[in-house]
Design a binder for this molecule. Structure first.
Ligand code: SF4
Length: 450
């Protein structure tokens, strides 16, 4: 049962010492009640209060780490329903399914596909994060052999083993005992056996409902498994159609966040596999937007990765904090003292698009990136942050005059109106108006270099 802010306040030291970063114990208590702060921030809280508050202040979706080492995936810990209330914490992971009925060569090829799936977008490295090994053969020995192939090729890659037979699950799990895998397939019939295996091999247990059992069935199993001593679980509500996934995932998250309903307070795994790649991408998109922590895919073509990675990145950024890059003069290619100098703002997306187009032009250059609090060019100009005097001051202080012999600055076409005013403020400089859109930069730079 969730405690109110006042009930929490009664358990705090009430010294208003501010060590937690809040002005008063009451303010901190209110944040705890909204699950927007962690009890660890108060160093003086008593052991008795810790015990009482521990459960109440724990995140409504249990934090769980899947896998170990550099590739470990953090899941859960979410505290809100909508990202405009507060940033979503842990981005969902993508897992590629590998059926154990594939040949050894096919399995190795798919593992290599995953290992090579990384792309870079706006400064972040994005990739397929895990493997979901499916016991399609229904043969324990084949599942174990497939797990062996995978661990030999990608020993750090987090693994989900999907098997409803506890014997098959255990045989393959032995290979992953120290790697915190997920074992998916615990249901109302095998829950005790699966819980035993998960405890023995320190695995996360995936709870699966039958299509008709739904959330009641899931809650019953998670409570039963918890009573058997397994604390880390992921839940598969059994939904496979788009409408059901949206509905079930929303009900689960609402129950966890709004009602603090612990039996559903676990990360959700969504099986999105479809024969039609486009439909699969759409199902996965629902999972990204609506609360899945792991999404299992049947294939990872580049177009699909790019679309899904981009959506995930957008959903899991903080909408209240624009993504920014550092203010400085960036060298693109190997510029000389004669190379062109362009200027833009420090909104990440703007920077990566503009710098990407300069690189595409194959004309080495300097890109002056000015701190405009992460706003794009037009917004920064409208907000008075990308003005002639601020641009002139930045260029003078940047030291770029020591790098280049010429005195020409290329400004974005959208702020052509500033050219005269900048020339007035930057004595001896010529201001050239560049293209309005970044995709015009290659042709613009090439025509000048010709
Ligand atoms: S650190 Fe603890 S005692 Fe100090 S103000 Fe915060 S809640 Fe109160």
């Amino acid at each position: 049962m969730a405690l109110t802010g006042v009930e929490i306040f009664k358990l705090l030291p009430k010294t208003n010492c501010k060590k937690c970063g809040f002005p008063t114990c009451l303010a901190f208590a209110m944040k705890l009640a909204q699950r927007q702060a962690s009890l660890d921030l108060c160093p003086d809280v008593s052991e008795e209060a810790k015990q009482k508050l521990g459960e109440a202040s724990a995140p409504p979706v249990r934090p769980i780490t899947f896998g170990v080492g550099n590739k470990a995936i953090k899941m859960g810990e979410e505290t809100v329903l909508f990202r405009h209330d507060k940033k979503f914490v842990n981005p969902c992971a993508f897992a590629l399914e590998i059926k154990d009925s594939l040949s050894d060569d096919e399995i190795i090829t798919r593992v290599e596909e995953i290992l090579n799936s990384e792309i870079e977008r706006v400064g972040q490295k994005l990739r397929v994060d895990a493997i979901a090994l499916i016991n399609d053969s229904n043969d324990a020995a084949r599942l174990e052999a497939a797990a062996k192939l995978i661990v030999a090729k990608a020993h750090e890659m987090p693994l989900i083993i999907c098997a409803s037979s506890p014997q098959a699950a255990e045989a393959s799990l032995r290979l992953y005992a120290d790697k915190k895998p997920i074992i998916c397939g615990a249901n109302s019939e095998n829950a005790e056996l699966m819980a035993d295996i998960a405890k023995t091999y320190n695995a996360i247990l995936g709870i699966t409902a039958t299509a008709s059992g739904g959330l009641d069935e899931i809650s019953n199993i998670t409570e039963k498994v918890k009573a058997l001593g397994v604390t880390d679980m992921v839940i598969d509500p059994g939904a496979r159609k788009a409408k059901e996934i949206l509905e079930q995932n929303t009900l689960i998250r609402r129950a966890a966040i709004k009602k603090n309903f612990k039996p559903l307070g676990y990360p959700i795994i969504t099986f999105a596999q479809r024969e039609d790649g486009l439909k699969e991408a759409l199902i996965a998109a629902i999972g990204i937007a609506k609360y899945s922590s792991i999404i299992v895919l049947s294939s990872i073509e580049k177009w699909k990765n790019l679309a899904l990675f981009t959506l995930r990145q957008n959903i899991y950024t903080d909408p209240q904090v624009p993504m920014q890059v550092e203010q400085k003069i960036y060298k693109l290619g190997e510029p000389t003292s004669e190379s062109p100098l362009l200027i833009t703002t420090n909104f990440s997306l703007t920077y990566f698009i503009v710098s990407g187009e300069i690189e595409n032009s194959k004309v080495p250059g300097y890109l002056a990136v000015m701190d405009c609090e992460g706003l794009s060019v037009l917004t920064a100009w409208a907000a008075g942050k990308f003005t002639a005097s601020k641009i002139a001051q930045f260029i003078k202080e940047s030291g770029v005059e020591n790098e280049i012999k010429h005195r020409e600055l290329i400004i974005p076409g959208y702020v052509a109106i500033l050219s005269g005013a900048i020339e007035d403020k930057l004595e001896g400089w010529k201001i050239t108006v560049g293209p309005r859109e970044a995709n015009g930069i290659p042709a613009f730079l090439k025509s000048r270099a010709a």
